[in-house]
Design a protein around this ligand. Structure first.
Ligand SMILES: C[S@@+](CC[C@H](N)C(=O)[O-])C[C@H]1O[C@@H](n2cnc3c(N)ncnc32)[C@H](O)[C@@H]1O
Length: 271
C-alpha cells in the first residue's frame, strides 16, 4: 500500500474514533482489513483508500474504523479497580439519599466483561436497584455484549469459578450470562468523541484501556467530557497505563489507589 493511501485511511480512522495509527501499524491494516476487501470485492488497500473518498461510502468507513479497534477485554480485568469499587460503593451509598440507584458507566465496554463484572459486585453487595450502562463505538462488540454469550476461554480469564457457577448458564458449548444479571446492564453504541450530556450524571465511570489509542489533545477532551458526567464525589477508573496527568485539571489521582481518579474539587468517598 502506498504512503498516501495509508495516511488517508489513518486520517479517516482518527477523525471517526480518535485512534492514532502510526506507519508502523501498517501490518494491522493488512490483516484487519483483509476480510472487508474480500467481502466488498476490493482489490487492494490502495483501492479501498480511493473508495473511502466517496461520501456515499459511509457504511464502508464505519466498517473500516470498527475493524481497526482493539477489543481485548476480560472479567475483573486487573483486579484492583473492582476491589476498590467493592469498598467504594457502600461509602457512596451511605452519602446518598435512601433509595438512590447508583449509576455506573462502562465507557468503551467492548464485549461487556467490565459491565458484567460491575453487576456481579453490585449483586454481592445486594444492590439490586442500579443502572449500569456499557457503551462502545463498535456496533459488533455492543451486539456481543448484549448477547452476553462468552466462550470457555473468555470465562477462564479473570472470572472466579464461584461467579461462573452463580451467574452463567451453559449454552451450546458457551456460557450465557444469567438473565437477572443481564437485566442490570444496558448496552448501547456511543462514540467517546461525542457529546454525553444526555446520559446524565454517574457515580462511577470506567474508561479503561482506550485512551492509550488516542493522542494527548483527544485524551484531554475525552477526560473533560467524562469529568462533566461524574458526580462531585464520584470516581473514574482508568487503565493501568493511563493517567489524567498533564491532560486535564478537572480530575485528580486518588492517593495510593492506582488508576482511580476523582473530580479535582472533592474526593471524600474515593480515598
Ligand atoms: C481494549 S478495549 C477495552 C475494553 C474494556 N474497557 C477493558 O478495559 O477491558 C477498547 C475498546 O474501546 C473502543 N473504542 C475505541 N475508540 C472508541 C471511541 N472513540 N469511542 C468509544 N469506544 C471506542 C473499542 O471499540 C474497544 O472495544
Amino acid at each position: 500500500m502506498n504512503a498516501e493511501s495509508f495516511a488517508s485511511i489513518a486520517a479517516l480512522v482518527r477523525a471517526r474514533s480518535g485512534i492514532v495509527l502510526t506507519p508502523d501499524k501498517e501490518y494491522m491494516l493488512d490483516t484487519r482489513l483483509a476480510p472487508i476487501l474480500k467481502q466488498e470485492g476490493i482489490a487492494s488497500l490502495d483501492a479501498l483508500a480511493l473508495r473511502l473518498r466517496d461520501v456515499r461510502a459511509e457504511p464502508l468507513a464505519r466498517a473500516v474504523t470498527e475493524a481497526l479497534t482493539t477489543n481485548e477485554s476480560s472479567f475483573f480485568r486487573d483486579g484492583k479497580p473492582f476491589d476498590h469499587l467493592r469498598r467504594l460503593l457502600p461509602k457512596l451509598m451511605a452519602m446518598r439519599p435512601a433509595g438512590h440507584r447508583p449509576r455506573i458507566w462502562s465507557a468503551a465496554c467492548s464485549t461487556g466483561q467490565e459491565a458484567y463484572s460491575v453487576a456481579m459486585i453490585l449483586t454481592d453487595l445486594a444492590i439490586r436497584q442500579a443502572e449500569i450502562i456499557g457503551t462502545d463505538l463498535s456496533r459488533e462488540v455492543v451486539a456481543r455484549a448484549r448477547e452476553g454469550l462468552f466462550t470457555q476461554f473468555e470465562v477462564q480469564r479473570g472470572l472466579p469459578v464461584q461467579y461462573l457457577v452463580k451467574h452463567f448458564r451453559q449454552e451450546s458449548g458457551k456460557w450465557r450470562v444469567a438473565q437477572d444479571l443481564r437485566n442490570m446492564v444496558r448496552f448501547e453504541e456511543r462514540n467517546l468523541l461525542g457529546e454525553h450530556r444526555a446520559l446524565g450524571r454517574f457515580d462511577v465511570i470506567f474508561c479503561r484501556n482506550v485512551l492509550i489509542y488516542f493522542d494527548p489533545p483527544t485524551k484531554g477532551k475525552v477526560l473533560n467530557a467524562l469529568a462533566a458526567q461524574l458526580a462531585p464525589d464520584g470516581v473514574l477508573y482508568l487503565g493501568g497505563a493511563e493517567t489524567v496527568l498533564g491532560l486535564t485539571d478537572r480530575l485528580t489521582a486518588v492517593p495510593g489507589e492506582r488508576g482511580v481518579y476523582a473530580p479535582a474539587i472533592q474526593r471524600a468517598a474515593a480515598s
